[in-house]
Write a protein that binds this ligand. Structure first.
Ligand code: NCD
Ligand code: ZN
Ligand code: ZN
Length: 361
């Protein structure tokens, strides 16, 4: 047994499905899943039903979150053609803005040709608030360019290709304020080696890329070009994967740390590099409040087999089913209270706090 203590991990990209699809996940099961993975803050995406694009939808989800969350949370406002100005009234309640510029799940995709809407949000959204883009290939360059000309920062979600990480690297070298995240799935799976997943289960956006893309992402992690690891935890039921038009996305909150520890075991990165990627960089980029008296105890030697049936997530499957991982979360203390121990979540419903409220104090 080798116990190490990590700071509370932060996941800046999760889909917890409330309101509208609580059969997949809700604020309760989603935050339990986070704590089991050593994650003490989640930032949730707005592609719910209804989508979080106005005050009414935001109130709906914030009320549910306040009642159910077991770890700290934030919520993104979804960008639309219509809410460039009206969204500004909601900045005190949200973690940031999310803009969908490419193929995704839900109703929030903005046409990739619509430069007017993209630029309007880049100009209007407060410069000290995070603005996250689901961008791929050319829309990555569009997001970076519009952020640059408006003298603001932008965060690129779930980077999956060499072309994208190359342009981000080049923009950073020019001093442009761009940050990015990578998901464990794009590091550990490629289009060449996921035969064990039935076709519908493979679906994820961005799609799994090539081995060369995967290598470029690992190299960018080693070089410090990648700022964060984000799960893009995107639960859907097996019945929604195993059909025509399968819903894209993988649940990953409970495996993310152990997968990244596999990266450490394989010599891809060091433990010292892992902590900023999963905690301190994210706190800085997303301007998140400190969590005092918060610690994640991990046994680096504990081996375990991924079994979706034993997970807290409601969706009931994992793309990593049967994988043997080494490194397991044993205990999570959040703001001085034991929140997870011996496989059980002990933080009660409603224990989690909205990071926007903590930030405003
Ligand atoms: C996400 C979802 O299911 O909400 N799916 C996915 O494949 N990543 C949407 C998204 O992140 O674009
Ligand atoms: Zn996305
Ligand atoms: Zn996502």
């Amino acid at each position: 047994m080798t116990i190490i203590e990590l700071p509370g991990l932060i996941d800046p990209h999760v889909h917890l499905r409330e309101p509208g699809a609580t059969h997949k996940e809700d604020w309760d099961t989603g935050t339990q899943s986070a704590l089991a993975g050593g994650i003490t803050t989640v930032l949730a995406m707005p592609n719910t039903a209804p989508p979080i694009v106005d005050a009414d939808a935001l109130k709906l989800t914030l009320d549910a979150a306040a009642e159910k969350c077991r770890c700290d949370y934030g919520i993104y406002l979804g960008a639309t053609k219509e809410n460039v100005q009206s969204g500004l009234a909601l900045t005190d309640r949200v973690a940031g803005m999310k803009m969908y510029l490419d193929d995704t799940y839900g109703t929030l995709e903005i046409d990739w040709r619509d430069l007017t809407t993209l630029n309007a949000h880049m100009a209007a959204w407060p410069k000290d608030m995070p603005l996250v883009c689901h961008a791929e290939e050319r829309t990555t360059a569009a997001a970076i360019m519009t952020a640059f000309v408006n003298d603001r920062s932008v965060h690129i979600a779930h980077v999956s290709r060499k072309s994208e990480i190359d342009i981000i690297r080049a923009a950073k070298e020019k001093g442009i304020k761009v940050t990015c995240e990578v998901g464990p799935h794009h590091l550990f799976m490629s289009e060449d080696d996921f035969e064990w997943l039935a076709p519908g289960y493979r679906e994820v956006r961005p799609r799994l890329a090539t081995k060369a893309d995967q290598e470029a992402l690992w190299q960018a992690i080693a070089d410090g070009v990648v700022d964060c690891i984000a799960t893009d935890h995107a639960p859907h039921l097996p019945s929604e994967k195993d059909r025509e038009n399968p819903s894209p996305g993988y649940p990953q909150l409970e495996v993310s740390l152990a997968l990244m520890l596999r990266g450490v075991q394989e010599g891809r990165l060091t433990l010292e590099q892992l902590i900023p990627l999963m905690s301190t960089n994210i706190r800085r980029i997303f301007n998140l409040p400190e969590q005092p008296d918060t610690v994640v105890e991990v046994d680096l030697d504990a081996k375990w087999i991924v079994k979706a049936a034993e997970m807290k997530s409601r969706c009931g499957w994992s793309p990593y089913e049967g994988w043997e991982l080494k490194g397991q979360v044993k205990k999570v203390t959040l703001r001085g209270e034991v929140a997870f121990e011996n496989g059980e979540v002990t933080a009660p419903k409603g224990f989690g706090k909205n990071v926007a409220e903590l930030r405003n104090k």
